[in-house]
Design a protein. Structure first.
Length: 486
């Protein structure tokens, strides 16, 4: 007998048949769930629960998912006794299991399937998601009239969450796809019964539409020389090389069309040469007058707003670190971390204005983020608009040097601070920290402001401060490195 598929396994098969085979036959090869993935899961759960509040009187099928057959029987009972709205309705058909976020009965006895998404738009990958739900539900005897996506309204403003959701009817799009579902299921059921792992060439599908948990396994022999890591490389060109069996930059034909920057990147990776334009670096650094501020923010961007006047996905800045380098070489460090559920933004503003002098550049890494933070703060708290505007006008982006004037093969395909710092300043790196990127910082902060574990909370506060401090100290040390270079 074929092994049961699920909605998630079906979608995995659409993305990559090897992914599906591994998920069922060799799941231990998957990477652990990342902080980002866990955060997305948690936000999705919160959004799903809020969506139910828009259907008062709905009945929740609250049964452990490992007991899926019990859940399906409970769904049948709920439908038979006349429930009008059912949450987490479970259906089994064609050896495939689906759970529907919401099914709602119409006056004529038909049902609508409503899939809830924690995104601010309807994405193409949602169509096959709800198509397999419709196929299985109808195969189980449910008469489906419409299929809909319920998603986040980016114009919703807290505290009024009555319009948090928008709904889009995708019945026609699903109808056009529904005939493919049965054939796909048949293919996938045969596939997972094979004893031999399918051979699928790596490509853009490894991270689209979702990041595959088996990338590390499938890319183990590719390393950091893949053609898919060439910056700003179009999908058409990637697929052109992939179809010719070319996966490594070492094998790209000399006559293959690459832009100047792409050819430059490939050359650096192959030769190991570093490109440095000392003249232009010197010109850029000459713009910096003392005192030089090195600034970094950490911010959350929750799907569901919880602070007055905020919209979904808006930034809540909760932490800053600032190193100040004085003309006599003296280095000072200042920081701020908000550690409770209250609004952190005004505290951040006041600390920022207190720290940053009225003159002197403010060095950041990737100024678009800091500029967005400051602009949103100024919009939310107009009383500080002049002071924040002054700081914004003095932002100086250290990243620009590494975009154009200093290119090292050790940076790989990225010139982010996390990639540049360990190459130029090897004694500083993020690998030994408990917080190593912005997503982990968001996870730690959300735990800090909610936990009752004082001991664990104190440790996480120190971890978060250590991370943000390294961001600005790293910029200081990069600055000193560049100064010594010229």
């Amino acid at each position: 007998m074929a092994r049961n598929l699920s909605k998630s396994k079906y979608l995995s098969g659409l993305q990559c048949e090897k992914r599906l085979w591994l998920e069922i036959n060799d799941p231990d090869r998957a990477a652990p769930v990342s902080e980002l993935q866990q955060r997305l899961f948690d936000q999705g759960k919160e959004v799903g629960e809020l969506a139910r509040s828009h259907f008062p009187g709905g009945y929740l099928i609250y049964i452990d998912r490992s007991r899926i057959f019990d859940s399906a029987r409970e769904t049948e009972k709920a439908i038979s006794r006349g429930e009008n709205v059912i949450f987490e309705a479970s259906f089994i058909h064609d050896d495939t299991i689906v759970l529907c976020d919401i099914i709602a009965k119409n006056d004529d006895g038909t049902w609508d399937i409503i899939e809830v998404k924690s995104a601010g738009e309807v994405k193409p990958e949602y169509i096959p998601d709800i198509a397999v739900q419709k196929y299985v539900a109808e195969g189980s005897g449910l008469t489906v009239r419409k299929t809909k996506i319920m998603y986040i309204n980016k114009e919703c403003v807290y505290p009024n969450l009555s319009n948090l959701f928008l709904t889009e009817d995708i019945t026609e799009e699903v109808r056009q796809l529904i005939e493919e579902v049965s054939a796909n299921i048949r293919t996938f059921k045969e596939l997972v019964m094979n004893e031999v792992e399918p051979e699928i060439v790596i490509g853009p599908h490894c991270s689209s539409p979702y990041e595959c948990p088996f990338i590390e396994y499938c890319w183990r022999d590719v390393g950091d020389r893949s053609v898919f890591q060439i910056p700003n490389f179009s999908l058409a060109k990637k697929m052109s090389l992939r179809e010719r069996g070319i996966l490594l930059i070492d094998h790209i034909p000399h006559d293959f069309p690459l832009s100047h920057n792409q050819r430059d990147y490939v050359s650096r990776r192959l030769t190991g040469r570093t490109y440095i334009n000392k003249k232009l670096i010197r010109e850029m650094l000459s713009q910096l007058e003392f005192p030089i501020h090195f600034l970094d923010f950490e911010a959350d961007n929750p799907t569901v707003p919880r602070l007055h006047g905020m919209r979904p996905f808006q930034l809540i800045v909760f932490q800053l670190s600032c190193h100040i380098l004085n003309e006599d070489g003296r280095l000072e460090h200042f920081e701020y971390l908000h550690v409770d559920m209250s609004d952190p933004r005004e505290g951040v503003i006041e600390r920022l204005i207190n720290i940053v002098n009225k003159k002197g550049p403010v060095v950041v890494y990737n100024a678009s983020f800091e500029r967005r933070v400051i602009n949103e703060l100024a919009s939310a708290f107009p009383n500080y608009k002049a002071e924040l505007g002054s700081i914004n006008s003095r932002l100086w982006d250290q990243l620009n040097i590494f975009k154009s004037h200093y290119k090292h093969p050790g940076f790989g395909p990225s010139n982010s601070l996390k990639c540049v710092l360990p190459v130029l300043v090897p004694h500083l790196n993020y690998q030994e920290l408990n917080v190593s990127d912005g997503t982990e910082a968001q996870v730690f902060w959300n735990t800090i402001i909610r936990t009752d574990d004082d001991e664990g909370r104190g440790k996480m506060i120190n971890d978060l401060k250590e991370y943000c401090t390294l961001d600005t100290l790293g910029m200081v040390e990069i600055h000193k490195f560049l100064q010594s270079l010229i």
